[in-house]
Design a protein around this ligand. Structure first.
Ligand SMILES: Cc1cc2nc3c(=O)[nH]c(=O)nc-3n(C[C@H](O)[C@H](O)[C@H](O)COP(=O)(O)OP(=O)(O)OC[C@H]3O[C@@H](n4cnc5c(N)ncnc54)[C@H](O)[C@@H]3O)c2cc1C
Length: 565
């Protein structure tokens, strides 16, 4: 049974007793007289704000499809299988702010701890403190069983891949079809691990055990799947409905979910296969870089995207001297606008990274081991190691000629269906329609992979579930500065788009992009409060022309600012 807070705005006097009680119950002392002098100041997790239809209370809604859980790349936020409750394991939280990016309700920044705070519906108390304190019963607790649609599908679901999309597909298939058989085929040798945390591990910010984002043998023990590890799918016969594996086995399926992800895109230049040239995509890459990245060595990082920047920061932490080569005019050019990119470049330069923008690599020089990197300007950069972070490329060779439609990725519809009945695809190997550009794209990020995986797993067993498509967003944190980008942040790329600039000062930059009365992009640098509201406006394509929702978004942001002062 999951406990949720129910709010009746008609009864609310906006007395904010709930906020006070919430702060006290989450303080160290749990006593008002002591809590008011505690440092850091106790943070309340429920907030009373002026909403679209009067007063609203922002709290954890225990959503049926909790986007915070789907976006959590460390597994800190997860659902308890027995009762569907969303819980946060603070020990596992890496403070990446992905949950804050997608949730406008119960998750808020906690700058004092560099983490988030979250309404936990006062787990452990008989009655939540806010409910107890509410004089008009506007807030009440309700125990709800999450009702899952069940089907009698009892066929065989085969899932290729055991990362975000594969695990999500397995979870959804099992939730909806308790009687089906599931086999997961995965090239990974060991337990499921989080690829986004690889850079954290490289920096030494998480230890290897935290990479595992689901419990030991989760797929087998909790989801009842048979898992074939360390084996690749190498062929697909859609007429016989069989998959051929790298160990020579053939395996039949009724439904197939292709969740095979992608590998790091390679640079096609002479010397790219020299020793000392790496990509960072899996555990083996991490181990190899870890051995080579000794303090004092010279590293060249090629690519100014999210992975290139994460790796650069990790190598700085490890006391290497780092040069970052960025082909675009500024780092993170796929995610953010020029002003944010310039700030990011300056931030890295302030932390000792040499940032070379507008330059590309044309050669890696060395006999066996890389020694130098030649730029298109002719300049030679000394390099003991080179890390390439130039995006990803799905490895779809094994699907060629199978009849499944391929472009850059496997082409799927909103429910993750391919052109072949019974065959689905999800995650970094799949492309779907970007709701803003209307182009079919791969959005190679964790939350999209996870949501597509869920859609694939559900739809495969007969419970049709769709996603909003190739949404674009990311939450990053570089040298302690948070950045969230949502949708299209460069209005020049979209005909008819206009900009609403909220803040542009020394430490903060906040900008919204609108088109046809809808928020199509947002970039928040230094102050990411309100991100969840912006994300929902973008995701749900809500028409904000009457100004009401925009006002709500701005208010949420102001509330957070008030709290910090
Ligand atoms: C260093 C790094 C940092 C990142 N940072 C972020 C971030 O900050 N935010 C964010 O949203 N995303 C981030 N990402 C991206 C994120 O990790 C991916 O979007 C996500 O992992 C995609 O999940 P997936 O399940 O589609 O594929 P993958 O994670 O690529 O997993 C693919 C799975 O398929 C298996 N497989 C592949 N081929 C076969 C085959 N032929 N047969 C059998 N099994 C196969 C693999 O073994 C693996 O289990 C980062 C990635 C990296 C590497």
């Amino acid at each position: 049974m999951a406990r949720a807070l129910v709010f009746d705005g008609e009864r609310c006097l906006a007395c904010r007793s709930c906020e006070l009680a919430c702060a006290v119950v989450h303080s160290r002392s749990r006593r008002l007289d002591e809590a008011i002098v505690e440092e850091p100041r106790p943070r309340r997790r429920v907030s009373v704000v002026r909403g679209v239809n009067g007063v609203d209370a922002l709290r954890c809604e225990q959503c049926d499809e909790p986007l915070c859980v789907f976006a959590c790349k460390s597994g800190a936020l997860h659902r308890v299988p027995a009762d569907g409750r969303v819980v946060l394991d603070e020990e596992r939280c890496v403070g990446c702010l992905m949950c804050l990016m997608v949730c406008p309700y119960g998750i808020r920044p906690d700058p004092a701890r560099d983490l988030v705070t979250r309404c936990d519906v006062c787990a452990g108390l008989d009655v939540p403190a806010c409910v107890n304190a509410c004089p008009t019963h506007a807030l009440q607790a309700r125990d709800e069983t999450v009702a899952r649609a069940h089907t009698d599908f009892d066929g065989h679901v085969v899932i290729v891949g055991s990362s975000a999309a594969g695990v999500a597909a397995c979870e959804a298939a099992r939730e909806h079809a308790p009687g089906c058989a599931i086999t997961v085929v995965t090239a990974d040798q060991g337990p499921e691990y989080s690829r986004p945390l690889l850079a954290y591990a490289l920096a030494g910010r998480v230890d290897a055990s935290l990479l595992q984002w689901r419990p030991e043998r989760y797929l087998e023990h909790e989801l009842g799947a048979t898992v074939v590890r360390g084996v690749r799918a190498v062929g697909l016969d859609i007429t016989r409905r069989t998959l051929t594996l790298s160990n020579g086995q053939e395996i039949g399926f009724d439904r197939l979910v292709i969740a095979a992800g992608a590998r790091s895109a390679r640079v096609n230049v002479p010397g790219a296969t020299l020793e000392g040239v790496f990509g960072l995509r899996d555990l083996e890459d991490l181990e190899a870089i870890d051995r080579a990245a000794m303090a004092g060595r010279r590293a060249v990082v090629v690519g100014g995207g999210n992975v290139g920047l994460q790796v650069s920061e990790a190598l700085v932490d490890r006391k290497l001297s780092v040069t970052l080569v960025v082909k675009s005019a500024y780092p993170l050019s796929q995610m953010v606008d020029e002003e944010t990119g310039r700030r990011v470049g300056d931030l890295f330069a302030r932390h000792g990274v040499t940032v070379r923008t507008g330059r590309d690599v044309v050669e890696m020089v060395g006999r066996e081991q890389v020694e130098q990197v030649r730029l298109d300007s002719g300049e030679l950069l000394p390099a003991d190691i080179v890390i390439v972070g130039k995006g990803v490329a799905p490895d779809l060779e094994w699907l060629k000629g199978s009849g499944v439609q391929l472009r850059r990725g496997v082409v799927v519809d909103a429910c993750a269906r391919t052109n072949v009945p019974g065959v689905f695809a999800a995650g970094d190997c799949a492309e779907s329609v970007d709701p803003v550009s209307r182009r079919s794209e791969i959005s190679a990020i964790w939350p999209v992979a996870y949501e597509m995986g869920r859609a694939a797993g559900s739809t495969a067993v007969g419970v049709e579930q769709s996603t909003p498509g190739a949404l674009r967003m990311n939450a990053s944190r570089f040298f302690g500065v948070s950045i969230i980008s949502i949708g299209e942040t460069v209005p020049e790329r979209l005909a008819g788009a206009s900009v609403h600039s909220l803040v542009n000062d020394g430490s903060r930059y906040r900008k919204l992009v609108y088109r046809d009365g809808r928020l199509v992009g947002a970039v928040l640098y230094g102050d990411v409060s309100g991100a969840g509201t912006y994300y929902r406006l973008y995701r749900e394509a809500i028409d904000v022309r009457d100004g009401a929702l925009e006002e709500l978004a701005v208010r949420v942001m102001r509330k957070d600012q008030e709290l910090r002062t």
